[in-house]
Ligand binder design. Sequence first.
Ligand SMILES: Cc1cc2nc3c(=O)[nH]c(=O)nc-3n(C[C@H](O)[C@H](O)[C@H](O)COP(=O)(O)O)c2cc1C
Length: 200
Amino acid sequence: MQEILSFPKNAQKEAPVLEEIYNRKSLRAYSTMPLAKETIQSLFEAARWAPSSSNEQPWVYIYATADQTELYQKIANTLVEANHVWAKRAPLLVMAMIRTTFVRNGKPNVSAKYDLGAANAFLSLQATKLGLNVHQMGGFEKEKAIANLNIPNTHEPVVVLAIGYPDSPEILSDNLKERELAPRERYTQEAFVMNQAFSV
Ligand SMILES: Cc1cc2nc3c(=O)[nH]c(=O)nc-3n(C[C@H](O)[C@H](O)[C@H](O)COP(=O)(O)O)c2cc1C
């Protein structure tokens, strides 16, 4: 397996997929053009219809548009500098969280992050369909997020999403521009799909 994982990665399609799956990309060059309210609602609607363990729907989002300066900054200033430098142009920032326990019995929900990932994937594909870019970021300070947004201990912040229409890579610094234009990197299916048990 290790050998296969060290194969050169490439982004050639090995089979047909939905256009939105192939076109979705974590870009860094954002236009500052604001998003319509209905567009924002469509994104969260896509998240709403994601599957989840026991239909718990443990995802919780706090969003801020760039014109909501105070709330926007409360999310933006949790980002590590390497993310803040480009994400601060995005017209929409979202703090994506989970409820850590089940509503019906208070027990820990070990699937909550898995389910949030599914919701974020649905949101990202809807965004792609609408011509928007979503860039998820684990690079933010959790403690700062909890303090800035008064997040209760029943919830855990997991990832920040920068969302907006793409702009030209020319607006980026040289090193970010290079990353923006770099070829996609993906393992081949052979590296992660098996039709047999692991060999002993
Ligand atoms: C949970 C998660 C955390 C991520 N954190 C960051 C981050 O902090 N900064 C960043 O630039 N990209 C981040 N990314 C984006 C990934 O680097 C990106 O999805 C990956 O390189 C594949 O590129 P693509 O999304 O354009 O296909 C994150 C993605 C996920 C799903």
